[in-house]
Design a protein around this ligand. Structure first.
Ligand code: CP
Ligand code: NVA
Length: 331
């Protein structure tokens, strides 16, 4: 039967059918640490191709008729909208599930929730507090589970971030990312990602706000294979020296609101302002996962200035996650 003009299926796309692509089918996406560099670059390739096809106005219903259940236990703008629009563009449907409206809130177990949802949907994305909840969901679900942020990790964010840097610079290996601020979930996923894609990463935090040492150790092991350099520092100026990218995130993450004042006091010397940006490479790119607390971790002139790529970065959440969903949830 003749194909409908302008509509592309998975068989038409060579890059969806090689050994690395097929290896990703049915997998969970809980941490970048679980993936090889080759697999991460495959997701980037599919994301880039789908982004280009979208720009050309071509329809790619690679997930036609498939549903992604999206459980949210915390608020979201980017994650919700980018997943919902992304799966729609792939011909599927995104089902928003507010955790407080589910029986989870009344004590139904994660395991039972996973088993039941697996009978209805083709993939589950979850944003929650306790990282173990995502691991348990993946253990009991029979469909791919995607981590949409936990207190420990934010792998979809780091995936989109490295995709963005690759798009801007044409390579990742040997570039340096300086993360300045709180050693939080985003910092953890950036660490895991840097070690896999061969980027150098320097993290500068106040004492007591360093990334988890188990994550640093695991990333350092991966870094041995790729040659990435990982530095955990307390001096923001030292971190941004020769940096290609400066990255920051909020000082009080979701769930830490009551610690806000204490955190502002400790983290104020780590603000990403023009003075700090001037100490990096002249063409340094400034990134932030957003939402930003302007005037705290980043100043208006920097986030709105010529070095900032934060809105391209936010857009790429959708393209990167389309690549991810297409590979994980395909037939
Ligand atoms: N960066 C990010 O995950 O944003 P949201 O909290 O709006 O989803
Ligand atoms: N570290 C932040 C990231 C928000 C996308 C948080 O967990 O709230």
């Amino acid at each position: 039967m003749a194909k409908r003009v302008g509509i592309i299926s998975v068989e038409d796309l060579d890059f969806m059918n090689d050994e690395v692509a097929l290896r990703l089918k049915g997998r969970d996406f809980i941490s970048l640490h679980d993936f090889t560099g080759e697999e991460i670059f495959k997701i980037f390739q599919v994301a880039r191709e789908l982004k280009e096809l979208l720009r050309e106005g071509k329809q790619c219903p690679l997930l036609a008729g498939k549903t992604l259940g999206m459980i949210f236990q915390k608020p979201s703008t980017r994650t919700r909208v980018s997943f919902e629009v992304g799966i729609f563009q792939l011909g599927g449907y995104g089902l928003f599930l507010n955790a407080s409206d589910l029986q989870l809130r009344r004590g139904e177990t994660i395991g039972d929730t996973a088993r039941v949802l697996s009978r209805y949907v083709d993939g589950i994305m979850i944003r929650t507090f306790d990282h173990k909840d995502v691991e348990d969901l993946a253990k009991y679900a029979t469909v791919p589970v995607i981590n949409g942020l936990t207190d420990r990790l934010h792998p979809c964010q780091a995936l989109a971030d490295y995709f963005t840097i690759l798009e801007k610079r044409g390579r990742l290996e040997g570039l340096k990312l300086a993360y300045v601020g709180d050693g939080n979930n985003v910092a953890h996923s950036l660490l895991f990602g840097a070690a896999k894609v061969g980027m150098n990463i320097a993290i500068a935090t106040p004492e007591g706000y360093e990334p988890d040492s188990a994550i640093v150790d695991a990333a350092r092991k991966d870094a041995k294979a790729t040659g990435s350099r990982i530095d955990i520092l307390h001096d923001p100026v030292e971190a941004v020296k020769d940096a290609d990218v400066i990255y920051t995130d909020v000082w009080a993450s979701m769930g830490q609101e009551q610690e806000h004042d204490r955190r502002v006091k400790a983290l104020t010397p780590y603000q990403v302002n023009q003075e700090l940006v001037d100490k990096a490479k002249p063409d340094v790119m400034v990134m932030h996962c957003l939402p930003a607390h302007r005037g705290e971790e980043i100043t208006d002139d920097v986030i709105d200035g010529p070095h900032s790529i934060v809105f391209d970065q936010a857009e790429n959440r959708m393209h990167a996650q389309k690549g991810l969903m297409a590979l994980l949830m395909r037939d």
